[in-house]
Design a protein around this ligand. Structure first.
Ligand code: FAD
Ligand code: SF4
Length: 325
């Protein structure tokens, strides 16, 4: 590991100041330390933000508010989260392992790096790790890679399950920077790779995620996160779907669908949602809508199976969400 300094801070202003002089925030460290050990990331200064009072989980008006330092396991087990926002609880408890979930924070989860194996191989070409070096996945093993939002510079999938749920639920971040606090929709946090895959998010250097705010909408209560993976725990998604429904009088009044494991960013399926609204609450409606889930997909040599799997996962997630209406 390359030598680095560590500064502990207890106020947001101290955190911003430390980051302004080149520091990188560290929360649970479950991603960052891993990458530093492998020398994929080489920060010279870490800013430990764990003493900041950002561990809250509470209801404020019509919103669920989760502090950036709340741990994955705490949020997943929280009674109000489970009752009002089951999608969030399920997306968290299906990620990583119990030990990791006890350490890992919500803010860190949203900013974790990709799991493309070539990203971690220092001798492989990777535009995300080393800009303009090429992309080994394009002509290499790409069964796990993205079918949406890809470019000729990067096809890595976005890894966070929580981010998929938050995108489906129209969640917004509160972000603190030198100029003050701003609101940022989670959907706007992530950047498509385009020609610059090393630029993954829209935070300015040193900006701190303070909290996540999620509307407690009626559809959020009838929701499911379904994660298809190669083994039943401790594994990233091959394909996942976050589905939420509001049904009145046997008719779908509102629908939210986003998916993971298929996009270079969490992928919202708005066309599927539009197709569902106004339709009878029935499997036939889910199947019809899921038929267009993969519209616009561009598979690589080894991941064409995701097109079929995506449609099936969306139908099943909608059925499971429907069981909660
Ligand atoms: C074996 C393994 C399996 C995993 N499986 C899954 C899985 O299935 N699904 C899934 O979603 N995740 C999975 N993960 C990822 C895990 O969820 C993340 O490592 C974890 O959530 C990161 O949180 P952290 O607090 O440890 O982040 P850190 O490692 O501390 O930080 C990660 C990044 O976020 C930045 N950061 C942290 N907090 C803030 C903040 N408040 N504001 C601004 N920047 C900040 C840091 O600077 C760093 O760049 C897995 C990880 C491992 C090691
Ligand atoms: S897919 Fe992206 S992360 Fe993977 S090797 Fe290519 S550029 Fe790197």
């Amino acid at each position: 590991m390359i030598p680095f300094t560590l500064q502990k801070v207890s106020t947001q202003s101290a955190a911003l100041q430390a980051a302004a002089s080149g520091g990188r925030y560290i929360a649970g460290g479950t991603t960052l330390i891993d990458l530093m050990r492998e020398e994929v990331e080489q920060p010279q200064k870490l800013v430990d933000i764990n003493a900041l009072p950002l561990g809250h989980i509470r209801i404020e008006g019509e919103e669920l508010v989760i502090g950036a330092l709340a741990r994955m396991s705490e949020v997943a087990a929280h009674a109000q989260v489970r009752a009002l926002q089951p999608l969030i609880a399920e997306s968290l408890v299906e990620g990583a392992s119990p030990q990791l979930r006890n350490m890992a924070s919500v803010g860190g989860n949203l900013l974790q790096r990709v799991r493309c194996p070539y990203f971690r191989m220092l001798d492989a070409a990777c535009n995300k790790r080393t800009p303009n070096s090429g992309c080994a996945a394009l002509g290499g093993l790409n069964a796990g890679h993205a079918i949406f939002g890809t470019s000729s510079h990067c096809i890595a999938t976005h890894p966070s399950d929580l981010a998929v749920a938050l995108v489906a639920l129209d969640a917004t971040l509160r972000v603190q920077g030198p100029a003050g606090l701003r609101a940022l929709p989670v959907e706007a946090l992530y950047r498509l790779p385009g020609r610059t895959p090393h630029l993954e998010h829209s935070l300015a250097p040193g900006e701190l995620i303070v909290e996540v705010r999620v509307p407690n909408a009626a559809h959020a209560r009838a929701a499911r996160y379904l994660k298809v993976r190669d083994r039943s725990s401790y594994e990233f998604a091959v394909v996942s779907a976050a589905a939420a429904l509001q049904v009145e009088g046997g008719v779908i009044r509102a629908a939210r669908v986003a998916c993971g494991g298929v996009g270079t960013i969490p992928w919202r399926l708005r066309a599927v949602e539009n197709q569902l609204v106004g339709k009878p609450f029935a499997r036939a409606s889910f199947e019809q809508a899921a038929n267009i889930a993969a519209t616009g997909a561009s598979p690589s040599a080894h991941n064409g199976y995701k097109v079929e799997l995506l449609g099936r996962t969306v139908v099943r997630a909608l059925e499971m969400a429907g069981e909660r209406t």
